[in-house]
Each structure stands twice: as C-alpha cells, then as structure tokens.
Design a protein around this ligand. Structure first.
Ligand code: HMG
Ligand code: MG
Length: 305
C-alpha cells in the first residue's frame, strides 16, 4: 500500500459543467465567468466548461455559446464541453472549442432517462459525432456513467461497462472517464473495477469520476491511484450532481483531492490557497453552503509550523 505513487496527477475540473448543471436556477453568465477565472487562477489546466445538450433538458447550460465566446481558452489550457449528438457537435464546431466529451451510461435505464436513448442508440449516435469531430481536429473524451451502480437498476454489469469503454476507444476517444454517478462505490469494488479495466485498457486512456455522495470518493481515488490511474475528475468545493440521477450529490471536491495528493508529495500544478479561494467564489455565486471538507476546514494551521 502506498508504494506505487506517481510524481504527478492530472485533474479535470468539472464544476462549471457537472456542478452548475445541477443548480436549481441558471446562474448569470458573469458569475460563471468569475468562477472559471478563479479556477484558472488556481492553476487548473483542464476545465469542462459547459454542455451542448438540449436547453430544454439542461436550461442551466443554455448559454454554452455565449460562455465560450466570452472566455476563450488561455494558452496551455483545455476547455471542453459535453456533446450528446450531431446537433451538439454542430454547435461546438460553430463556436469553436478544443475538446468535447460524449457520454452514456453502463445501465440502460439511466441512459434512457439521461439521453432518451438506449445504450446501442447512443453508441450509434457517437458514430456520427466522434469521427467528424476528430476530422475537424477536436480531442474527444468519453464518459461511462453508473459503472459502480445505477439509481434505477442497482448493480451494473462490469462486462457491459468494459464493452462500452472499448467501443468508445475504438471510435478514437482519447480517454474514457468511468463514473460513480451516484457515489455508491467502495474501495474493494473500485479495486475490482479498475483492475478489470486495466487488464484491457492502458491507464492513460482511463480516468475516474467520483461523486462523493457517501464520503467514499477520496478513498476510491486512492485505490485508483495505487493501481496506476493518473487522471481524476473533481469539482471545486464539491459542487454538483446529475439532474437525471436521483440522489447524486456533488463530485469529489477538488480541494480535497489536491490536499491529499500534495500531502503525499504528488504534484497537481494547482495552488491550493487559490483553489480554496475559487471554492469560496463558487459558494458565493450559488448562494448556499458547499460540502467540500477542505473548503469548510481550510488549510491546517499547525502549532509550531
Ligand atoms: P431528445 O428530446 O430525444 O432530442 O433529447 P431529439 O433529438 O428528439 O430533439 C428534440 C429537440 O431538441 C429538437 O428541437 C432538437 O433540435 C433539439 P425541436 O425540433 O423540437 O425544436 N436538440 C438539441 N438542441 C440543442 N442542442 C442539442 C440538441 N439535441 C437535440 N445537442 C438529448 C436527446 C440527448 C438531446 C437530451 O436527452 C439531452 O440533451 N440530454 C442531456 C442530459 C444531460 O446533459 N445530463 C447531464 C450530463 S451526464 C452526467 O452528468 C454524468 C457525468 O457527469 C458522468 C457521471 O457522473 O457519471 C458525465
Ligand atoms: Mg458526474
């Protein structure tokens, strides 16, 4: 335990998308821009900004084009956005963004509730999205949701999740982010899932996306880290959830992940003080307390240090 740790880890900050998609009311554009600028100031280099999904389904992100036009990606930073179908890709190409992410679930019911499609129909749709996106020079990431459990079906087949991940990589997605969408995973299950995926897929093509609904996200990350995963998704102050997954709370808080990694001597490129500041801004703009542990407790002030 703890003897196979890397020197560096890459974080994909998902709060502007996974966080704000779940807010009861859409946030003003200016508040989104303030939050994203604070995340950039903290040193985050990969930020999922928004989604080109149906504004009827996710009104909170209906300003995707306006946001991207207002805030072009600074040098060395990748901004990405979710794309569910060809209409979403057209929108992404029209406004211009460096990276998109396609998404589907490992369980049929969640996929249907989230995208109005069966898993096969989603994969079929991505055959119309990923190749043209790649031809246009975009990087394409992919999410597989509900790998640890589905809010409607309970246990999920790992074989099915692996099949889906393989299909996404075969389409030329550069990475598949495995989601514990409703935060039901525990470390032993994470070991089983990540080990099975790593037997077939190189670590660089996998990321982990934990929601911290039951407080196990960081423990699950540690297991992934030990097994060789170097890419983790997180959301500042633990903002977020999935509107089509009842019971899904916020993602693992980015501050909690960074605090743990830095404490173990692992670099992230993020300044934790500035990240805590970004978390305070997130709390101000959403107007309610956010659950992240480091967000609430701050940096430790140890006697004699
Ligand atoms: P649908 O209603 O079946 O769509 O929704 P449709 O193809 O039948 O079209 C209906 C209307 O929507 C048409 O307009 C389309 O043009 C329009 P009309 O002719 O009626 O005026 N439309 C669009 N408009 C703008 N942008 C688009 C678009 N597509 C169609 N891209 C659809 C199907 C997939 C669009 C819908 O179900 C949808 O947008 N779903 C997205 C839901 C979502 O964003 N969920 C949260 C993200 S996933 C998540 O959080 C999990 C994750 O974090 C990982 C994890 O935690 O595990 C990633
Ligand atoms: Mg999520």
């Amino acid at each position: 335990m703890l003897d196979a740790l890397p020197a560096e880890v890459s974080i994909c900050e998902v709060s502007p998308r996974d966080g704000l998609q779940n807010e009861a009311a859409p946030l003003p554009l200016a508040d989104k821009v303030t939050l994203i600028r604070a995340l950039l100031a903290a040193g985050l280099k990969r930020i999922e900004l928004t989604s080109f999904v149906s504004p009827r389904w996710i009104p909170q992100l209906a300003d995707a084009e306006e946001l991207i036009r207002t805030l072009p990606a600074p040098e060395g930073v990748t901004f990405s956005a979710l794309v569910p179908n060809a209409t979403g890709l057209e929108r992404a190409l029209r406004v211009g963004i460096g990276e998109i992410a396609v998404f589907l679930s490992a369980s049929e019911t969640h996929n249907k509730k989230n995208t109005n499609k069966s898993i096969e129909q989603s994969l079929e749709t991505f055959r119309e999205v990923v190749p043209p996106a790649r031809a246009a020079g975009l990087r394409v990431r992919a999410y597989v949701s509900t790998v640890w459990g589905c809010p409607y079906e309970g246990a999920v087949s790992m074989t099915r999740a692996l099949e889906i991940a393989r299909a996404l990589l075969a389409l030329d997605c550069y990475q598949v982010s495995l989601g514990d969408t409703i935060g039901v995973g525990t470390p032993a299950q994470t070991k089983q899932i990540v080990t099975a995926f790593l037997a077939e897929i190189p670590a660089a093509q996998l990321a982990l996306h934990f929601h911290d609904t039951r407080g196990t996200a960081l423990a699950n990350c540690l297991v992934g880290l030990e097994l060789g995963i170097r890419d983790f998704d997180a959301s500042v102050a633990g903002l977020g959830g999935c509107p089509y997954a009842p019971g899904a709370a916020g993602n693992l808080a980015t501050e909690d992940l960074v605090f743990m990694l830095h404490g173990m001597g692992i670099r992230t490129g993020v300044d934790l003080d500035l990240l805590i500041e970004a978390g305070r801004i997130a709390e101000t703009v959403v107007g309610r307390p956010l659950p992240g542990k480091v967000h609430q407790a701050g940096q430790p002030k140890l006697r004699g240090v």
